[in-house]
Design a protein around this ligand. Structure first.
Ligand SMILES: *Cc1c(COP(=O)(O)O)cnc(C)c1O
Length: 219
């Protein structure tokens, strides 16, 4: 579809939901995309991107940051503890804080560096066994625990179960964020970002609808 079409759909969804223009941030998910597609979107002036793999991002973004000042990159994929150090050096935000051991690691790194990326806690709203994330019933105590470590928790993130209506999951995440005093809501992808905006998303993560399909075999 391309960047401007997606921006137009976001603006329409904001208006339909009675939300202020520009209240939703578009994270262009550039994982696995060929360099020329990402560079085209950077050249159009877009500056907020999402990546899933620390190693891949480390190979691409230092050069792009130098060429395109103001670029901001958020980590939206599962984060292994042994990649956490590289991740906090690379990303302005991490959307996938999903377990106590990772929080401890990030807190140690934050203390050593005197800085931390903004953190979103990933919630497994569908309680799917194969999916990462804090279970809904454990969320409130996890938020307290992470705040107690002096980490900058700014919001919640979810990936709803694939074949179900995402709207109840978005609503659940919004309710959990409100009850914990969190303004950030990272939810909605290419197939469902308008429903996420209706439910209050602050950040939508859109990849293939901007860049085209990903070709994992070409990596
Ligand atoms: C890949 C990915 C996206 C983007 O998915 P599209 O369907 O291409 O928009 C969004 N969020 C997460 C967590 C992802 O891994």
């Amino acid at each position: 579809m391309g960047l401007s079409a997606i921006k137009g759909r976001i603006a329409a969804a904001e208006a339909a939901a009675g939300r202020a223009p520009g209240s939703v941030q578009l994270i262009a998910v550039s994982k696995v995309q060929p360099a020329e597609r990402v560079e085209a979107v950077l050249a159009e002036g877009h500056r907020l991107f999402g990546e899933n793999y620390v190693q891949e991002a480390a190979g691409k973004w230092p050069a792009w940051r130098a060429r395109f000042p103001g670029a901001v990159v958020h980590m939206i994929g599962p984060l292994q503890t042994n990649k956490a150090k590289l991740a906090v050096e690379l990303f302005e935000a991490i959307h996938t804080l999903d377990r106590p051991s990772l929080a401890v690691k990030l807190a140690n790194l934050a203390q050593a560096r005197g800085a931390s990326p903004d953190l979103f806690i990933q919630v497994n709203t569908g309680a799917e066994p194969q999916k990462a994330g804090i279970l809904p019933e454990a969320l409130d105590s996890f938020v307290k625990e992470v705040r107690g470590m002096d980490l900058p928790v700014v919001g919640l993130m979810c990936i709803p179960p694939e074949s179900l209506d995402p709207a109840p999951h978005f609503a659940m995440l919004a309710e959990m964020a409100a009850r914990n005093g969190l303004a950030g809501l990272s939810m909605g992808m290419s197939s469902d970002f308008e429903a996420a905006i209706a439910a209050g998303a602050s950040h939508v993560r859109v990849g293939s609808a901007i860049f085209g399909a990903r070709d994992y075999s070409a990596r």
